[in-house]
Design a protein around this ligand. Structure first.
Ligand code: ADP
Ligand code: MG
Length: 474
């Protein structure tokens, strides 16, 4: 007799029954029906979403142990939730949800050396007065490697991240700098590395923090006269993950303090992981000595995902949310939303929401409407960096040339056009546009915009530039 869902489940039940109270067993396990066994995944049907949440919260460990005994280390559990009909057709609506397989991240306790000059070392994450240092990793276990799908666009960064997770501080990828545009997975990957390290090396102290929060803590420490404590705290970390370091641009105090922390960690073989929205060469207003540190390790780019990767990301997302959707709809979304993964997810979530609020089936027509809205809304969000890149490309020069101090006419014009479009397509102030486009002041930007307006009226060639570029931004 072969192994079936029922036989596997019956063995699991026998094991579970031996390990919990009879009442609990009756309430939570007898109503479960085994429905499917495929590869190493057992699907069990539960009567409601609440039931599923209860099992995940209270019995997931026991379930896992029982299942692994039967199916081996790679055993997977999928819940099938039978719910009342939501869509108005006759099929009962089912949701399939994979078991999360992860518990929440436990706080990390750390012994502060008695010789420390600061017996009351302050933990910037904790209310003052608490003595022992418990460091919450601030990691989000839902951002892990398992659900960070691989594709050509992220292969280098992903495998560098894996390598670092296998040997934190022990590879030449130190620091590991992951860079790329908005919504391409920097934060997800940064967490995934941390989560993986905690799993492999539970004794290491991992800390994830955004550069913005780091800056706030630093400012706070200066105000309270605890700058040294702040530095010492960060020097205790084994794996420091700082997200969005471009935020440090122009903040010389924070850069300075980070420089000291970085050196200390690096010298002691601790791992530093950074993310940024641009490559070190394109970072502005970051001190040279810090930039050169960033380049010590590996900079890996996250690029925009190709079509196949977009499809698999969408499918994975749907699978995790327990929703099924026709192939043609998934393809439609993947075909039209190309620039970033957050939008891709946004579109699919909004599609699911529309369908369930309006009790409509997800049709291609609905998908088209949703996608259209998404594409329209997001087109307007161009960044000043992007504008400079497009204008430079158009005039076949690099961004550094466009920003340079030269008075050569065609370069000045390109720069003025970049300023003009930055004013037109972003919400940035004139001062901020000026500082990002070659460190000019607001008056220069204003002058540029006026010049472009004038030339548009009088110079036919120039008008053509504006029209061409305009098309690239709309
Ligand atoms: P960034 O920090 O670069 O702006 P995020 O890490 O916040 O981007 O990613 C945006 C969304 O896209 C998140 O919900 C993330 O889970 C998802 N995502 C990004 N890359 C992947 C990937 N390779 N596989 C699955 N989901 C991804
Ligand atoms: Mg991010």
């Amino acid at each position: 007799m072969g192994v079936t869902a029922t036989s596997v489940w019956n063995n699991c039940l026998a094991f579970i029954e031996d390990n919990i109270q009879p009442q609990a067993f009756k309430t939570w396990f007898l109503p479960i029906k085994p429905v499917r066994l495929q590869d190493n995944a057992l699907s069990i049907q539960v009567p409601s979403k609440f039931f599923y949440e209860w099992l995940e919260e209270h019995y997931v460990k026991l379930l896992k142990v029982a299942l692994r005994k039967e199916l081996g280390a790679n055993a997977k559990l999928v819940y099938v939730i039978k719910m009342e009909n939501k869509y108005g057709n006759n099929e009962p609506f089912t949701e399939k949800i994979p078991s999360s397989n992860r518990s929440t991240m436990a706080p990390q306790e750390l012994d502060v050396p008695i010789t420390s000059k600061n017996p009351e070392l302050k933990n910037p994450f904790i209310i003052p007065g608490i003595r022992n240092i418990k460091i919450e990793s601030q990691l989000n276990p839902n951002y892990n490697f398992e659900n960070f799908l691989e594709g050509d666009s992220n292969r280098l960064a992903r495998s560098a991240g894996m390598a670092v997770a296998n040997k934190p501080g022990g590879t030449s990828f130190n620091p590991l700098l992951v860079f790329g545009g908005v919504g391409l997975g920097k934060t997800h990957l940064a967490h995934a590395i941390g989560v993986e390290i905690k799993e492999k090396y539970p004794e290491r102290t991992v800390l994830y923090i955004s550069a913005e929060k780091f800056t706030q803590q630093y400012i706070e420490s200066v105000k309270k006269n605890t700058r040294n404590d702040f530095i010492h705290f960060y020097q205790l970390i084994d794996v420091l993950i700082i997200d969005d370091v471009q935020f440090l641009s122009g903040k010389s105090g924070t850069q300075d303090v980070f420089f000291h922390i970085f050196n200390h960690l690096h010298q002691n073989g601790k791992q530093v992981i950074l993310t940024s929205d641009k490559a070190p060469v394109d970072m502005q207003d970051i001190e040279q000595r810090l930039l050169s540190r960033f380049k010590w390790g590996l900079s890996a780019e996250l690029q925009t995902p190709d079509y196949e990767t977009r499809i698999s990301i969408l499918k994975n997302k749907l699978y995790r949310d327990g929703v099924e959707m026709p192939e043609e709809i998934i393809e439609h979304v993947a075909k039209h939303i190309k620039t970033n993964i957050r939008e891709l997810e946004g579109a699919i979530i909004s599609l699911i929401a529309q369908a369930s609020f309006n009790k409509r089936e997800v049709t291609l027509d609905l998908a088209q409407q949703v996608v259209e809205k998404f594409v329209k809304n997001t087109k307007r969000e161009v960044s000043i960096d992007y504008i400079q890149k497009v204008v430079s490309d158009y005039f076949e020069m690099d961004v550094a040339t466009l920003q340079s101090k030269t008075r050569k006419r065609h370069i000045v014009q390109a720069r003025q056009l970049a300023m003009f479009f930055a004013k037109k397509f972003t919400k940035a102030s004139l001062a901020s546009i000026g500082s990002q486009i070659g460190k000019r002041d607001h008056a220069t930007v204003l002058h540029a915009c006026k010049t472009v307006d004038n030339l548009a009226e009088t110079d036919k060639q120039f008008r053509k530039y504006i029209e061409d570029l305009n098309k690239k931004f709309t």
